[in-house]
Design a protein around this ligand. Structure first.
Ligand code: GLY
Length: 390
């Protein structure tokens, strides 16, 4: 062998050993890191006034909220899902505790996030004990409370009560996520009124909330007396005509889930059209984790939103089951692969019950930018469980 060829072979060998060591190191670290992250949930003590919502890396501080916050149900939901993944009873005991703190929300008539709060906690708990009458009663009462926000003229559940000087009857795309609790409430109680409200809300959203390019608006404001649309605007997106990434996720997830309960083909078509808008967007990065808004002019410097990615990856497992289109499953698997690289797992030294970094909560308010957020973890764990169940 001449000297040049010999040197080249040595270089190749060294490179391949380096690459293989790096791969092993990455896999080892990620698995270890994930286990460490899961354990952090066991160290966080139950406190009915301190639901962990997000973690500020800058301040090294957990952002804690009471049960009335729209995110409270996700923490209990994470514990239920960790129990399902690990079969460790300690997660179950904590999940039961944190879930019980949310019961009083069944009487909260002031906003629409009942599905997130009650169904992501009590609903997850019900999966593990299908005869738990107490949990069923709480889901039914919560659905009755939520139903009081339904306006038959508009055909929607009112989302928010704030900003009354500008909005008369605001409905946000996120509200689709509440429908799962209503559909289930009818299955549990045999009272069809919840199912009917859910269908009317989905139909109104289907009719008004989407653009020609299949993306969706964030907020629609209706005239509650006539049902006509007054405004099509945003609250958490870049601007009124931009596509807020998590909002697209709520739409895809919401209509896929609504199809599960109704088999209305229009819902499946809507979920697919918005899924394709999302997947084919020129600003979707190669690793699959979207920027917080597809139209932020600072892309590629804009923050990512892991929570949008996990909402969509979870929805896509279900969308794949209904359509058998592999591209949805491939995206879900790619998201899990991306997130389980060390770049997205929170460092083991951080003592807080969160798993993933780089979610964006509310960019216009400069709140929870590029941080670990509880619902990013919730839909990550749900994706894992859905993939496992395939
Ligand atoms: N309101 C739910 C969200 O921020 O996505």
């Amino acid at each position: 062998m001449n000297t040049k060829l010999y040197n080249f072979s040595i270089l190749l060998l060294t490179l391949s050993i380096f690459v293989s060591c790096k791969q092993q190191e990455k896999t080892f670290n990620s698995e270890e890191n994930l286990k460490t992250r899961y354990h952090k949930f066991l160290d966080y003590k139950p406190d009915s006034l301190a639901f962990p919502r997000s973690f500020s890396v800058l301040k090294n501080e957990i952002n804690k909220v009471p049960s009335k916050d729209w995110t409270s149900g996700f923490y209990a939901g994470n514990l239920w899902q960790l129990y399902e993944l690990t079969h460790n009873n300690q997660y179950k005991e904590l999940a039961q505790n944190w879930t019980s703190f949310i019961e009083k929300e069944k009487f909260n008539y002031n906003e629409h996030d009942m599905g997130f709060k009650v169904f992501c906690s009590f609903g997850q708990g019900l999966k593990h004990n299908k005869t738990n009458q107490e949990y069923k009663d709480i889901i039914i009462k919560s659905s009755q409370t939520l139903s009081t926000r339904f306006n038959d003229t508009v055909g929607s559940i009112r989302s928010w009560d704030f900003n009354k000087e500008n909005w008369n009857f605001p409905v946000i795309i996120d509200n689709m996520m509440n429908l799962e609790m209503l559909f289930e409430a009818t299955k549990i109680s045999k009272d069809s009124s919840f199912h009917k409200i859910a269908v009317k809300h989905a139909n109104t959203t289907l009719k008004n909330h989407f653009r020609e390019d299949n993306s969706c608006f964030h907020v629609l404001d209706y005239n509650p007396e006539t049902g006509t649309v007054r405004l099509k605007v945003t609250h958490q997106g870049y601007n009124d005509s931009s596509s807020w990434a998590r909002g697209q996720g709520w739409a895809i997830y919401g209509f896929t889930m609504a199809y599960r309960y109704t088999h209305d083909k229009r819902y499946l078509d809507r979920a697919e059209a918005t899924a394709n808008f999302y997947l084919n967007h020129k600003n979707l990065p190669a690793d699959g984790i979207p920027y917080w808004d597809f139209n932020d002019p600072s892309i590629p410097k804009a923050p990512r939103d892991v929570s949008a990615a996990t909402v969509v990856s979870s929805a896509f497992v279900e969308l794949y089951q209904f359509t058998k289109n592999q591209k949805y499953l491939e995206y879900s698997k790619k998201i899990i692969e991306t997130l389980e690289s060390s770049a997205y797992i929170l460092e083991p030294t951080i003592n807080a019950p969160f798993i993933l970094k780089h979610s964006t909560g509310n960019w216009p308010k400069k709140d929870e930018i590029d941080e670990p957020i509880v619902y990013g973890d919730y839909y990550y764990l749900e994706t894992l469980l859905r993939l496992k169940a395939l």
